[in-house]
Design a protein around this ligand. Structure first.
Ligand code: 6R9
Length: 655
């Protein structure tokens, strides 16, 4: 890590916002001043200004039982009403909410009035199926307008959605359905990916098929959108077509107010153990910070901008910056179904040109893969509508940042590097593009109303010029309210490390430069970041050892030029298996296996079959040493290994 830090600190380029951008920007220095003078008052102002409250709140923050926070607790609102009806009532019903582009090239323009009507119908369908306040609904859909409508319909009736990324396997879906106890699954027959239909309904059928004895099935119905046109099996007692049920339902639906702390969604994310955590978010505080950050960081002017966040709704970025933030603000946005390079490598740039996208928010891994293809591809398209670029998901290296600004942003669009997490719910660290002089590679400063620090192991501020651990020093409106069904794990994971200070431990390493700006340095735990997606080493290890051939497995995240990190697995094969089978092709088989168990994003880039794994005397696998091997470095200090010779054996085997 020290060479990385040296490299970062030699980065001295600075970019001031263009004058016109600065003059018209939503985010101003007054916001910082107001927040510094009265942080809670500041958030109360934002919540009042940006949202409609059926019952206005009088309390702002209740932190009497930390780390369990309540924001705006005596207020009541309806999240879907805030994202839909109120824009129609304000006379903006004809404004386009979604500019949808299917991968094969179909197009649908959906106004706020149309989306509101659709969501009302879906809400009636859900209620007709017996889904109500507090019930959990799993959503397993491609990037189609129905995905946004499904989330909002669930929110409208006070139920809780759990969106499962369409790239996850039947097993992963099953585990998430079970953990949340979902009553309904909303899915599609399939969606388009890389030029063909990728089926989804069969995975739902598989997930709901083999119940072990004694296990109670919680899912009563499956609501299916027809998108791919692929053949699907049908269980008439359980399954309903969206295109039959939704148009037949009434378009009248009154949005009922719910308390600000009513749960809105659960989203599963990888932690340091094998079992994904169900991160719980609630309504008022989440929506306030989602709307605020989308306005001031993305500089959204709803009447004129065309906004595009490329994230899938299966990730937190898709929740906050596709569904909730932009729609709460009444913005017009692009929703694109497919992969960036189908049917040609300029597909994204074509979409920007076609719709005149002004604000574009994507991940460093995508930017790096475009850099690899070359600037000739984006230069074939007119990208002059773009006025702001954003980055999220992992550290963006200065070279990619500058390429993004110059080649995509026409050497003028500000780039905001936004740091946040599933747990934080919304952006926490970022420049405000109209007032901050940006630095390539640094996320820079906490947004107004957020307090953070970089500290040493005992929680002491490290001071400028030093590295340490990133902490959030006070509660914030869109913070997670817990881990679904596991309050203890919530405390242990995020709050125990700095319990005496009351700091939230983010799990990221960071450094403060001489100006006090923050540079994120990646995870300090066993969480990997592959193309901006979080995966835990333990999760993949347990998938590997679940295969009959594998005795033991160790997984590390090795740095990768394109994906940020790549999964590299070291496995020991069972002697008994080797007696009966030839070892040829085993690595490939195991790769496929992991893809089936968790999802294609979890497939290891490399699988090394080894005879032994490096362990400490207490039996802990020393991943640091395996990472050295995976990244082709000289192996570091091996003195704490139980058997110090093991690393030379492994290195020799791989040569
Ligand atoms: C929004 C999202 C969270 C982890 C986080 C950190 C990494 C996200 C980053 C960044 C450096 C940025 N991360 N944004 N690292 N610079 N701008 O990605 O949520 O999927 O929960 O991942 O991603 O390591 O801890 P999530």
């Amino acid at each position: 890590m020290s060479s990385q830090i040296d490299h970062l600190l030699s980065e001295s380029r600075r970019f001031a916002p263009p004058a016109q951008f600065a003059a018209e920007a939503v985010g101003t220095t007054e916001l910082y001043e107001r927040a510094a003078a009265d942080r809670e008052g500041f958030w109360a102002d934002q919540a009042r200004e940006l949202l409609h409250w059926h019952t206005p709140f009088t309390q702002v923050l209740d932190w009497s039982n930390p780390p369990f926070a309540e924001w705006f607790a005596d207020g009541e609102l309806n999240v879907a009403y805030n994202c839909l009806d109120r824009h129609v009532e304000a006379g903006n019903g004809e404004r386009v909410a979604l500019l949808w582009e299917g991968e094969p090239g179909e197009e649908r323009r959906i106004t706020y009035a149309e989306l509101t009507e659709e969501v009302k119908r879906v809400a009636n369908v859900l209620e007709g199926l017996g889904v109500g306040h507090g019930d959990r609904v799993a959503i397993y859909l491609p990037m189609i307008p129905e995905a946004v409508a499904a989330m909002l319909a669930v929110a409208r009736i006070g139920a809780i959605h759990s969106v499962v990324f369409g790239g996850f396997s039947a097993d992963s879906l099953r585990a998430r359905i079970d953990d949340a106890g979902a009553k309904l699954v909303i899915t599609a027959d399939g969606g388009y990916r890389k030029g063909k239909v990728s089926p989804l309904k069969p995975a739902v059928d598989m997930a709901l098929a083999d119940r072990g004895s004694g296990e109670q099935e919680t899912v009563e119905h499956v609501l299916v959108v027809r998108r791919g046109g692929n053949d699907v099996e049908w269980n008439p007692e359980r399954d309903l077509w969206w295109h039959e049920a939704v148009p037949a339902a009434s378009a009248d639906h009154q949005a009922r107010p719910f308390p600000a702390e009513n749960p809105l969604f659960i989203l599963y994310t990888s932690g340091t153990t094998g079992k994904p955590k169900g991160i719980l978010h609630t309504s008022g505080g989440y929506l306030a910070q989602a709307a605020f950050t989308n306005r001031v960081v993305h500089d959204v002017h709803p009447e004129s901008d065309v906004y595009w966040c490329t994230a899938d709704i299966g990730w937190i970025t898709g929740h906050t910056y596709v569904t909730y933030g932009p729609l709460a603000n009444g913005a017009t946005q692009v929703l694109y179904e497919g992969t960036p390079d189908t049917p040609h490598p300029g597909r994204w740039w074509e979409v920007i040109q076609k719709y005149g996208v002004t604000i574009f928010y994507t991940a460093p891994t995508a930017i790096r893969s475009f850099m690899k293809i070359g600037r000739e591809v984006p230069q074939r398209f007119d990208l002059s509508s773009l006025r702001l670029l954003g980055s999220v998901g992992e550290p963006i290296n200065p070279e990619a940042w500058v390429w993004y600004r110059n080649i995509i942003g026409g050497e003028s669009a500000p780039v905001v590097d936004t740091w946040w997490q599933t747990e934080t719910g919304a952006i926490m660290i970022s420049a405000l593009p109209g007032i901050t002089e940006t630095k390539p590679g640094s996320a820079q400063v906490p947004i107004p109303g957020i307090t953070i620090d970089v500290v040493d192991d005992s929680g002491e501020h490290v001071g400028n010029g030093n590295g340490g651990l990133l902490v959030i020093t006070g509660p914030w409106p869109s913070m997670l309210r817990g881990i679904w069904g596991d309050p203890e794990r919530y405390k242990e994971t995020y709050w125990d490390k700095f319990a005496d200070k009351g700091y939230y431990f983010a799990g990221d390493g960071a450094r403060l430069d001489e100006d006090g700006d923050v540079w994120l340095l990646g995870r300090v735990d066993d969480v990997m970041n592959i193309s901006g997606h979080r995966l835990s080493t333990a999760e993949i290890e347990s998938a590997l050892v679940a295969n009959e051939a594998v005795a033991e497995a160790a997984v590390v995240g090795a740095s990768d030029e394109t994906t940020g990190q790549a999964v590299v697995a070291f496995v020991i094969i069972k002697q008994s298996f080797l007696k009966a089978h030839a070892p040829e092709g085993l690595a490939g088989t195991l790769r496929t296996w992991v893809g089936e168990q968790i999802g294609p994003i979890a497939r290891p880039r490399d699988i090394y079959i080894v005879g032994e794994l490096p362990k400490t005397r207490s039996g802990k696998i020393m991943r640091r040493l395996l990472r050295d091997v995976a990244e082709g470095r000289e192996v570091g200090d091996t003195t704490t290994l139980a058997d110090t010779a093991v690393m030379s054996v492994i290195s020799a085997q791989l040569k």
